[in-house]
Design a protein around this ligand. Structure first.
Ligand SMILES: CSCC[C@H](NC=O)C(=O)O
Ligand SMILES: [Zn+2]
Ligand SMILES: [Zn+2]
Length: 420
């Protein structure tokens, strides 16, 4: 009966497959990578893709799916996404974050709906549709699922790029995640900002809470915080004046402060601490000079003359192997860019001016190898909800994204094929 047919469709459709993936809780701090990988493997088998699991770290496998091209000697196309998500606070959501509820107006609510389980499944759906049309790729297509992007990728992409297995993939071009666009144009990213963790520590004389003296640890730390706030303001002013995008300046944001001994009774707080520290999230655009910032930190933010020490935690590369900033060219000197642009236009899509991503993704490890990579998630006319409460994606936007990837995959995998 028609009703049974509809039931059948609801049982297995692009949307239900997406919901299935979203219901696997891969949020930190305990991502269920095993369940996610076994689900994706079962999907890959339907699509007759080759599967390879790489385990550089126990319980943090990387899944590689491969659709061999008719000319496997050409550099391959790699479609990347990460398996993990950031945590969610269920009490602050309108629907549970791992139920993937679809509302009457088609919104699918889930942690990971935008970041980035959408693209992980859209790649597969696009391949499924191309296979149904008997499309044959010239270049080999790899679909990759990596752990730990959200926590820096040290056990994911950092290990993968250093491996023989990666070298053998002979990757020529990579598509990785981007960000949603509230407007009518798709956004595309040619670079990320580099993330530093900065910890500054102050030491000073301890003493009775009633005393006034110079060079206390708190005073020294607070002076630094003031200086850093001024710098932050100077960068933010440039953004507010419309002279640069958020992602084109250096951001410095305090993320924790630690000092003192809270009073057990809440009444007597009479200890001035001898140590105080603060942690900052620092992001550098590829155009920034890291050495200049290091000098500023040493001279102004945590000077030894104020009894201060500091630690910079550099999370990944900042220059490629030839010493150049990690940027993928978005002009016609990069043929992949031209193919990318044309494939978007071919499905009626408009592209916004290419941007630097304000945050950081695994693409930096790829660009470090000198491999061109674009950040792109086909979501437009939707709020940017990555890492936010009530993250959602609309069903129609998701389905349209599959069409966009069909165009991208067929164009990218055919590029250079005719001349050979
Ligand atoms: C230290 S790398 C951290 C990567 C992370 N990525 C997504 O949010 C980010 O904070 O941008
Ligand atoms: Zn992401
Ligand atoms: Zn994220």
């Amino acid at each position: 009966t028609p009703q049974d047919d509809r039931y059948q469709q609801e049982q297995d459709s692009p949307i239900t497959r997406f919901q299935h993936y979203l219901r696997i809780n891969t949020a930190h701090p305990n991502p269920n990578y095993t369940a996610a990988i076994s689900f994706l493997k079962s999907q890959a088998q339907h699509h007759h893709l080759q599967t390879l699991t790489l385990e550089f770290t126990p319980n943090k496998s990387i899944l590689l799916l491969t659709w061999p091209g008719s000319n496997p000697s050409l550099p391959s196309i790699l479609l990347n996404s990460h398996l993990d998500s950031v945590p969610a606070e269920p009490s602050k959501w309108v629907h549970p974050p791992f139920a993937a509820v679809r509302s009457d107006d088609g919104k699918i609510f889930a942690r990971g709906a935008q970041d980035d389980k959408c693209i992980g499944m859209q790649y597969l759906e696009a391949i499924r549709n191309l296979q149904a049309e008997n499309f044959v790729p010239v270049r080999t297509i790899h679909v990759l699922y990596v752990p730990d992007e959200e926590i820096g990728g040290l056990d994911g992409w950092a290990k993968l790029v250093a491996s023989r297995e990666f070298e053998e993939l002979n990757v020529g071009f990579v598509l990785d995640e981007g960000q949603a666009s509230p407007g009518d144009e798709f956004r595309v990213f040619y670079a990320d900002r580099s993330p530093w963790g900065l910890v500054i520590k102050a030491k000073g004389m301890p003493g009775h809470g009633s005393r006034m003296f110079d060079n206390g640890a708190m005073e020294n730390l607070m002076k630094s915080v003031e200086v850093m706030s001024k710098f932050r303001e100077s960068q933010f002013d440039v953004v507010k004046a419309g002279l640069a995008a958020n992602s084109e300046v250096i951001s410095v944001n305090p993320v924790y402060m630690k000092a003192g001994i809270p009073s057990p009774t809440g009444f007597v707080m009479n200890m001035q601490p001898s140590e105080a520290e603060a942690g900052f999230d620092v992001r550098l655009p590829p155009t920034a000079d890291p050495d200049l910032l290091k000098k500023r930190i040493a001279d102004e933010w945590a000077p030894a003359t104020r009894n201060m020490t500091y630690q910079i935690i550099e999370k990944g590369p900042i220059r490629d192997y030839t010493g150049r900033p990690l940027m993928t060219l978005t002009n016609d000197s990069n043929p992949w860019w031209s193919v990318f642009k044309q494939a978007i236009t071919a499905v009626g899509g408009k592209l916004a001016k290419p941007e630097i991503l304000p945050s950081t993704t695994d693409a930096r490890f790829i660009r470090q190898m000198g491999i061109p990579a674009l950040g792109f998630s086909p979501m437009k006319n939707i709020p940017i909800l990555l890492h936010d409460h009530n993250e959602f994606l609309k069903d129609t936007i998701y389905l349209n994204g599959i069409k966009v990837y069909e165009s991208l995959i067929s164009s990218l995998s055919s590029y250079g094929g005719a001349s050979l």
